[in-house]
Design a protein. Structure first.
Length: 200
């Protein structure tokens, strides 16, 4: 039990900790809106990681094989979604001018959760990652304890990212600070989309 849980924790941190587009989006949402919205987005990413860990435990090899033919279309979809997010974030930097001390407009916590959940699910590498770990453990993977460990580790990391973004947002509460944060976030998201495109 504890061995499978710890293996899941290690797997969850392994997939969540590299700073990529999802981490940038979560931190950016927290910085521009609120910790509640950023935390909801982080839990959306953790839910996707947990779902992929569950799929890997239930049928790792079969699912990895099924996802492989769709890897390129999923990658293109992720690039398109990231570019749309980059553009809307940049446009919002000039359009949304909150009064000093006011919270900027943005998605609700529910929309942030569903949006990041959907975007994270577009990453076929995640299920392949978990499938490889499960198969490397002899195919059993530890079952529910592995999945719980992966979800909790991913959730704790994503909430840390959201908290960091919220702290940065509090430091940059003025109109110019929010605009700079949004533009930097937009540029990083666009760069990550380009990186995905170039690596395909």
């Amino acid at each position: 039990m504890s061995g499978a849980f710890l293996a899941g924790v290690a797997a969850g941190y392994g997939v969540a900790m590299p700073v990529g587009a999802i981490g940038v989006l979560i931190a950016g949402l927290s910085a521009r809106t609120s910790l509640r919205v950023g935390a909801a987005a982080g839990l959306g990413a953790a839910t996707a990681d947990g779902a992929y860990a569950l799929l890997a435990v239930l049928a790792g090899a079969a699912i990895a094989g099924l996802v492989e033919p769709f890897a390129i279309p999923l990658r293109w979809t992720a690039v398109a979604v990231l570019l749309v997010l980059a553009i809307t974030t940049a446009v919002g930097a000039f359009r949304d001018r909150p009064s000093p001390g006011a919270e900027s407009s943005g998605p609700s916590a529910g929309r942030a959760y569903l949006g990041i959940l959907g975007l994270t699910l577009l990453n076929p590498a995640t299920v392949v990652y978990f499938a490889a770990l499960v198969l490397g453990r002899g195919g059993s993977g530890g079952g529910a304890w592995f999945v719980a460990g992966a979800f909790l580790a991913s959730a704790s990391w994503q909430l840390l990212v959201a908290g960091g973004g919220s702290l940065v947002g509090r430091l940059l509460t003025g109109e110019r600070g929010r605009m700079i944060t949004a533009l930097v976030s937009s540029a990083v998201i666009a760069a990550l989309a380009a990186q995905i495109l170039l690596s395909s």
